[in-house]
Design a protein around this ligand. Structure first.
Ligand code: ATP
Ligand code: MG
Length: 180
């Protein structure tokens, strides 16, 4: 499984629809200060379900919608689509390409889609559970994450190993079953 494509529209500094294509192997995003490199990684965490505006470096969720510039009007919604190559079936679905989309309006309503079909945030979380992907997983190592791995509470460290071992899904289902 690898990240194949990222499409941004109205997300932070990306006012116009922007498509980034990736190939297997190492990709580096380079550019001057303020050109939008971190916005690209924010968009990946956001489309995977990030709910905290602060961790996306904003004060409120609306801050991720393009706010306008001297020459351009603000836009009404932000949309990000992340497409993964799934020819190795790392994700438990029968498609060889899986895309997840999230759209948010100024009103704060978020919509989620898997392969263009509307779904719940929960479906996206479940799709990525135990794969190492997902907003809390270890495939996105933000600043400070290494420190967290080295020094946090033993339960938190255990969580990282549980994700890698692929048992988070079962624990989460057990918790739900116990609630009922
Ligand atoms: P550095 O090299 O300093 O880390 P960077 O390439 O990571 O820079 P980003 O932090 O990704 O840069 O981008 C910052 C830019 O994004 C700023 O110019 C900021 O004004 C712009 N920006 C952030 N949110 C919005 C928004 N909602 N609307 C318009 N522009 C935005
Ligand atoms: Mg940056």
């Amino acid at each position: 499984m690898y990240l194949k494509r990222l499409e941004l529209a109205g997300f932070k500094s990306f006012a116009d629809r922007t498509e980034l294509e990736f190939v297997p192997g190492v990709t580096a995003v380079v550019g001057p200060n303020g050109s939008g490199k971190s916005n690209v990684s924010d968009s990946i965490r956001w489309v995977l379900g990030e709910q905290s505006a602060k961790s996306l470096r904003g004060a409120k969720m609306e801050d991720i919608i393009f706010a306008g510039s001297d020459s351009r009007k603000p836009v009404n919604y932000a949309e990000v689509t992340l497409t993964l190559d799934n020819t190795d079936r790392s994700l438990d679905v029968e498609y060889s390409e899986v895309s997840v989309t999230r759209r948010v309006y100024r009103s704060g309503d978020s919509e989620y889609y898997i392969n263009k079909r509307a779904c719940r945030l929960k479906d996206i979380m479940e799709l990525f559970m135990d794969t190492g992907l997902g907003k809390e997983a270890y495939s996105i190592i933000g600043q400070g994450k290494i420190e967290e791995i080295l020094s946090t509470k033993s339960e938190d460290r255990r969580g990282i190993f549980e994700e890698a071992a692929g048992i988070v899904k079962y624990k989460s289902r057990k918790r739900e079953a116990e609630k009922k």
